[in-house]
Design a protein around this ligand. Sequence first.
Ligand code: CDT
Length: 309
Amino acid sequence: MRKLTVAAAQLGPIQKAESREVVVKRMLALLDDARGKGADLVVYPELALTTFFPRWYMTDQTEVDTWFESEMPNAATQPLFDAAAKANIALSIGYAELTPDGHHFNTQILTDKTGKIVGKYRKVHLPGHVEFDTERAFQHLEKRYFEPGDLGFPVFRALGGIFGMMVCNDRRWPESYRVMGLQGVEMIVLGYNTPSVNSQKSVEGPEQRLFHNRLSVQAGAYQNSTFVVAVAKAGDEDGHPLIGGSLIVDPNGVILAEAKTEGDELLVATVDLDDTKFGKDTIFDFKRHRRIEHYGRITSQTGVVLPPE
Ligand code: CDT
């Protein structure tokens, strides 16, 4: 038995004008709730400290950089790190990272129960576009403001288990889960900011988007026999709605807890990390069953190559 109590700390909307300090107060309230429920780990969403700024087109790099953190923890987040350490709770937090040598990443970190950062992941699959797109109902400029992550999909020994991270769009890509599955991952934690409507196809609304969220996370969990904790930033940010639907999923792909609101909401599940073993030793025993001689296209090709006519 390797019991762990994990909390998904869904955040409701953060308006453009709201400060990090105000958001951290909300994160502290969720942490306090999690402490009362015996959590070992609290997971916050992608870009947890600010509004989803990639929806805003900016040309001034100084303005862009105001959305980034050049240190973690910093003055705004230190109270959260301190409170978590005092409560003996590990954290995972998404934020925009500006490195000392000027690189910009969409990052998620994992701390241990003392507040020490023990894992870092930088988003690999950046969605959206680089330039202002007049064809879209709203902008999604992640490819403008971030570089693709340079750390791959590492896993980390923490809290008595093997942990991995992803960020938002990564959850739609089976490769993200499998690279961590091949390192024995037992719990993947991730955050997301998913617009409730497709900016290029208005009939694709919240129901379908929530369906795709569940589908991706449940499949990734089952096919790699791992727990997945997927945490939304949800609700209406300055007129731009984001889906909720935060989930805690077990290694069979079964949903253990699911958010009911689009506001600040805590989901808690106590799990046994040993429950990942059965799937890893049987149907998804990769060593026995994978046939890498047929998977070459996965790493040698990006776009589709059609068969000859
Ligand atoms: N933040 C993020 O990655 N959002 C994407 C939106 C995709 S549409 C450009 C997501 O996969 O949910």
